[in-house]
Ligand binder design. Structure first.
Ligand code: TEU
Ligand code: CA
Length: 555
């Protein structure tokens, strides 16, 4: 099969609100992004995924869109967007836009009409049902806490919202909705953008009859029961036929609830649906087995390895993987699987990067990950803006399942705001993000974790990422090599090989701060070391704290 450009690419994700402010209002914006494109180019990334920049009342920071063909007021104008796109392309950077079409904002003109009356021509753009015995039509819960149904007095009916009340779900079973979405997509593609990251695209086809589901700890059934619904692949194939196939795009479906078997359709190499998906299985590897994502972290390296390895093995030659540790919804990976301790932070950040970037698939780097940015030391619930961790905290608190002190602890570990504090550009006031008051606080560690310092220092995390990206450009074995896990049960070491013809790599990662006894396989002893996070090779039979090394063998 001919290589696709996105198979050798590395994508850099920007969360515009937190990237760079240009006018001192404390909110990142498009001119700010434009002014930092050279930085992303210098890192070596090929494409940028822009979290939503469309018109939005910001109930969920842009994931609630009120006009798909206009720009959020705080972010600038369409002219600012065009200028950004033009400069990105001039620098050789592709632009992948977020596409949020499972739902719109309740302030979108479609929904305003839809809720106006039962016989409005746009009524069926959304999902309306009558209540059941004076309550919601079924027991589905919103991802952000509470019921997934909102009562609307005007017509005495409920509308479905798998996310916030201000994010009503679009009715994809209505062909007119699909026409609207597809023509909007085409409008952006005509402008010259290079792809879409499709927000919760796995949820667009709801189960027939909208039946009750099994209730979880808060009494509601998980929104994930809408994943991979009856018409999911049919609608994506239609989208592909009518829109995507006319361009050469990177498309990545954010697929909450996707299984490996489903991913083989979504991301099939035959190109009939999408280029790749974001799966969530590995993100759940440290969730509490019974109490789930908001309870204490339960790290389990063998489980993490089993999940990632299964995706590596099973998609090889069939579909394409995406590779990620971080995004705007996840806590920072250094705080999660690495070490925040001064003596280990950078070493662990480089180890985590090595482990991910040497796998098969397209790696994604979330802004600040290339600096080893960490979670924020929240001290109060009042500091939190994130609608998801707040909503779930309120549910758990109201049911007596989480005290306020535990809530703060949970926020430090899990809130999406850990990823959303401003990008740390320099050691100065507000980390060079804004001259005003930042919309979320700047992490106090920006005085020693920042881009300006790392770009200057050759052994920084930034330069390490740069090297990993360069290796993917140079070596076919990094792009296409077959994957094999070694030491599956080892509690602290993640070891795997990649093999393509005569060439092979051994990737060795120590996920702990203690020394680990380990003999590398004989065939790799004395082999060339492609990249490592210690200056000297490991003493025979040992791996040092957070050590990572990649050995290369030919023939
Ligand atoms: O996220 C969808 C999703 O499944 C998330 O709920 C995710 O599982 C969770 O946030 C992890 O903690 C997408 C966007 O990425 C997110 O920012 C939006 O809030 C959400 O959709 C609604 O648009
Ligand atoms: Ca601004």
């Amino acid at each position: 099969m001919a290589e696709k450009w996105w198979q050798r690419s590395v994508v850099y994700q920007i969360y515009p609100r937190s990237f760079q402010d240009s006018n001192g209002d404390g909110i990142g914006d498009l001119p700010g992004i434009t002014s930092r494109l050279e930085y992303i180019r210098a890192l070596g990334a090929d494409a940028i995924w822009l979290s939503p920049v469309y018109k939005s009342p910001n109930d969920d920071n842009g994931y609630d869109i009120s006009d798909y063909q206009d720009i959020m007021t705080e972010f600038g104008t369409m002219a600012d967007f065009d200028a950004m796109l033009e400069k990105a392309h001039a620098l050789g950077l592709k632009i992948v836009m977020d596409l949020v079409v499972n739902h719109s904002s309740d302030e979108h003109a479609w929904f305003v009409e839809s809720r106006a009356s039962k016989d409005n021509p746009r009524r069926d753009y959304y999902i309306w049902r009558a209540g059941k015995n004076g309550a919601a039509p079924n027991n589905w819960g919103s991802c952000f806490g509470g019921s997934a149904w909102a009562y609307d007095e005007k017509t005495d009916m409920y509308y479905l919202h798998l996310f916030s009340k201000k994010q009503p779900d679009l009715n994809w079973d209505n062909p007119v909705v699909r026409d609207e979405v597809f023509s909007m997509m085409d409008w952006w593609l005509q402008k010259g953008i290079d792809g879409f990251r499709m927000d919760v695209i796995s949820l667009i086809s709801k189960p027939a009859g909208l039946p009750d589901g099994v209730p979880g700890p808060t009494g509601y059934a998980s929104f994930e029961l809408c994943a991979n619904g009856p018409h999911e692949h049919e609608y994506l194939r239609e989208m592909n036929r009518r829109v995507l196939s006319k361009y050469d795009l990177l498309t990545v479906g954010e697929c909450a609830g996707v299984t490996l078997e489903e991913a083989k359709s979504y991301a099939n190499l035959d190109g009939s649906e999408l280029s790749m998906v974001f799966q969530f299985e590995h993100m759940g590897a440290d969730f509490h087995p019974v109490l789930g994502r908001y309870a204490e972290q339960c790290k389990n390296l063998p489980k993490l390895k089993e999940i990632l390895s299964r995706w590596q093995r099973e998609l090889d030659g069939v579909a394409w993987n995406s590779l990620y540790w971080d995004n705007h919804d996840q806590p920072r990976i250094v705080s999660r699987y690495g070490s925040e301790k001064e003596e280990y932070r950078e070493r662990s950040a480089k180890m985590l990067a090595t482990c991910l970037h040497m796998m098969q698939g397209t790696p994604y780097i979330y802004q600040g990950e290339e600096l080893g940015m960490t979670n924020y030391p929240w001290t109060s619930i009042d500091q939190i803006n994130d609608i998801e961790s707040l909503g779930n905290y309120r549910d758990l608190h109201a049911r007596g399942l989480m005290t306020e002190a535990e809530g703060v602890e949970m926020m430090r570990r899990r809130s999406r705001d850990n990823a959303r504090t401003p990008m740390q550009w320099d050691a100065g006031e507000n980390a060079g993000f804004t001259t005003g008051t930042p919309w979320l606080p700047v992490n106090p560690n920006h005085t020693f974790i920042n881009a300006a310092e790392q770009v200057k220092r050759p052994d920084s995390v930034f330069h390490y990422y740069q090297k990993l990206i360069a290796l993917r450009k140079e070596l076919d074995v990094v792009v296409y090599g077959h994957y094999r896990l070694l030491e599956p049960e080892h509690p602290a070491l993640f070891v795997y090989t990649r093999t393509l013809g005569e060439e092979s790599l051994l990737v060795v990662c120590n996920f702990s701060e203690s020394e680990q006894a380990y003999q590398i396989p004989e065939e790799y002893r004395g082999a060339e070391i492609l990249i490592a996070n210690y200056e000297s090779p490991a003493p025979a039979g040992t791996l040092r704290p957070w050590e990572a090394a990649v050995y290369r063998r030919r023939g």
